[in-house]
Design a protein around this ligand. Structure first.
Ligand code: NAP
Length: 258
């Protein structure tokens, strides 16, 4: 059984008539974000490479009465990303919300880090965020409304040994968030980042029980986070209540970098 619990009473946000794209929606945090946005009324385009797992996310949303569609896409491919954005705009008319969540780790200490370890993490986490952001910019500017939410990491703020590639990509996401926020603010498009601490997903499971026990001792809240802790922060930033918040990074980490 999972050790972490979902927050019991989530915030109520009305996203009816809104269209969202969530990358990395085939599992973990991205799936939780897609489900929560759909539960709030948004039509959700779920993006990832694994078509089978994406279908499970869409089925979960539809079973709960929501609307979703699956888009198999590698976020590192500019051509595929543009195709997804064009198809979503064609299908549902507009794009109001983009959540750049797709991400990978390739942890190892710097002397052992291969070119491929470096490149693949930067390509997925940073280039993928850039490609989707660029692709939605025009439709959001034309609609004079938008919410772009980038999933960074506390690693990009405080650095974790073994994560030079990952921390660089996530710090880059924070920098990009600040810049694009300034570029789009006058068009009523906000751009913010959420920086999760250690959240219970397959990504953290890969760290193994010994490391995770150490992590829990270091986190002031003495537990890992739940995927809905991150989805709730994203939902707030996607809401009308967050219209004057832009360029910010919200850490959701049980007090780790406080
Ligand atoms: P996860 O369970 O490993 O899921 C990662 C997701 O990204 C999957 O849906 C995966 O789908 C997708 N993805 C990876 N490469 C992709 C690509 N090239 N194109 C399209 N989709 C791709 O990870 P998670 O823990 O949910 O993490 C989600 C995000 O939160 C990541 O950006 C991660 O860096 C960040 N984060 C997580 C934690 C944590 O503690 N879990 C902490 C801080 C930040 P496919 O494999 O199907 O493509």
């Amino acid at each position: 059984m999972a050790e972490t619990e979902a927050p019991k009473h989530g915030i109520q946000v009305d996203l009816r008539d809104q269209v969202a794209i969530v990358t990395g929606a085939s599992q973990g945090i991205g799936r939780a974000i897609a489900v929560m946005l759909a539960r709030s009324g948004a039509k959700v385009a779920c993006v990832a490479r694994n078509a089978g797992k994406l279908a499970e996310t869409v089925a979960a949303i539809e079973a709960a009465g929501g609307t979703a569609a699956a888009y198999s896409c590698d976020v590192t491919s500019g051509e595929s990303v543009q195709k997804v954005v064009d198809e979503v705009a064609e299908k549902w008319g507009k794009i109001h919300i983009l959540v750049n969540n797709a991400g990978i780790t390739r942890d190892t200490l710097i002397p052992r880090m291969s070119d491929d370890d470096w490149d693949s993490v930067i390509q997925t986490n940073l280039r993928g965020t850039f490609l989707f952001t660029r692709a939605v910019t025009r439709p959001m500017m034309q609609g004079r409304y938008g919410r772009i939410i980038n999933i960074s990491s506390v690693s990009g703020i405080m650095g974790n040994p073994g994560q030079a590639n990952y921390a660089a990509s996530k710090a880059g996401v924070i920098g990009m968030t600040r810049v694009v926020a300034k570029e789009l603010a006058s068009r009523k498009v906000t751009v913010n980042a959420v920086a999760p601490g250690f959240i219970e997903t397959e990504m953290t499971e890969a760290l193994g029980p010994v490391v995770l026990d150490e992590v829990k001792k270091r986190v002031p809240a003495k537990r890992l986070g739940h995927v809905d802790d991150i989805a709730g922060a994203v939902l707030f930033l996607a809401s009308a209540s967050a219209s004057y918040i832009t360029g910010q990074t919200l850490t959701v980490d049980g007090g780790l970098v406080a």
